[in-house]
Design a binder for this molecule. Sequence first.
Ligand code: AMP
Length: 235
Amino acid sequence: MTDPTSRFVGAIVLLGAPGAGKGTQSKILARQYGIPQISTGDLLRDNVARGTELGAVAKSVLEHGGLVSDHLVEEMLEQRIRTGGDTSRGFILDGFPRTLVQAEWLDRFLEGWTAEVAPGRATTPVVINVAVGYNQLLRRLTGRRSCPTCGRIYNVYSQPPRVDEVCDVDGTKLVTRRDDAEEVISERLKAYERQTMPLIDYYKSRGNLHEINGDQDLDKVTGAVLKLVENGDRL
Ligand code: AMP
């Protein structure tokens, strides 16, 4: 097998409700293939933190758990992919697409982008849906903590740090994301149901949806995800 960090991988899309473990699995895939994980949520939070024009528009939407407009997110993502300098072998999308409009935009974008960076390769993304039950999602989201310094993610129930509320790696005090507050969580899960579930049907009808049971242990989920990508039509 060729070195996984030198092959063209293309676009991998991870679908799943907030808390399904998309972020964790994306980071593992990113390391394995040496391609970036692109989280539209992270990009938006970064814009808010830097006080950009986009950040000013996105701030209240993020705080209330709604969705930022398709056009703004698409533009931000395209810029990240085209100017990042690290995407020529592929990238993992975490949190995008979230609506049918975004999924259709992505198909069009990938046709153009693949023709530029890897002519002749398949343009459709490998789409993986990480499915997790509702109660399990609530537990994961309310227990989630992250390190503001290194980005490592913990869960007070299932993956606690060695010392309460402190990062194992660098000793920084862990934080709870603002939108992981309980009342915002139910709004985010509702937005997910309403706007994102149709994506599952969209990709299913196009024949490129792969389902994974996200209720299993983290390692099992990772094993299933890697197997899928390896057996996909990309590598
Ligand atoms: P996440 O970190 O993926 O859970 O995203 C956090 C928040 O960012 C979401 O609740 C939305 O408000 C916003 N967001 C992230 N990705 C998108 C997207 N693709 N479309 C619209 N809004 C998004």
